[in-house]
Structure formats: structure tokens, C-alpha cells
Design a protein around this ligand. Sequence first.
Ligand code: ZN
Length: 131
Amino acid sequence: MKEFTLQTGHRDEMLDITAHVRKAVEEEKMTSGIALIYTPHTTAAITINENADPDVPVDILAALNRAVPPAAGYRHAEGNSAAHVKSSLVGASEMVIVENGRLVLGTWQSIFFCEFDGPRTRRFIVKLLSH
Ligand code: ZN
């Protein structure tokens, strides 16, 4: 497995990590299998979506903030319940097929690290499962 560290710069942010995942696949010389991208945090997430238009991640974060407001009578004393909820809604991992040594992504798809309680130093892991 390969572990990456990144520094987020805002409370809510989506960072394109596709190049990191691609590098992990190339370094392992993997030709066919699955790349599992996982983050071991409770207020962050991994997702796949469009990055051709940078307004798409902005819209996703805005919609999540409308659906899960920062303050809504939450009980969790740390004060970051909205971030926990968003983390569970989006999910801690994604899987991408690897074929002929390449990530099988659509033209407009990128893999994003989603920060919901930044800025922080964060980690994500890429585990390659060959077959
Ligand atoms: Zn918390």
C-alpha cells in the first residue's frame, strides 16, 4: 500500500488526487486489477466527479453545506458534526478499475480528496489489488 500526506487549506475543499493514484499504479507496474483509495479520517472523504469545470466541486460543496448546515442542534461536543455527517454521506473510499496499466476513468472524471473540517494535514492510502 502507498500512503500520501496532503495539507488542506480551507474548511471545505475538494483536492484532485488523480495524479497521486496514477503514480502509485505506475510505480507498482500494475497492469490489471483494482485501485482502492481510502482515507482514515472521520471528517474527510474520497469521491469521483468532474474536474473539467472547476465549478462542479464548488457546487458539490455548496450543496453539501445546504443539506448539512454547520449548526443544526448537533450533540457532538467537538462542534464538527456537520463534517462527520458529510464524511459518511460521501464515503471514506472509492475503487477504480486498472486495465492495461491505466486507471479506467471517464474523460471528465477525477478522484478527489474531500476536506470537511480543514485546514488540516491529512492522509490517504492507495491499495492496489492485482488479479
Ligand atoms: Zn468530531
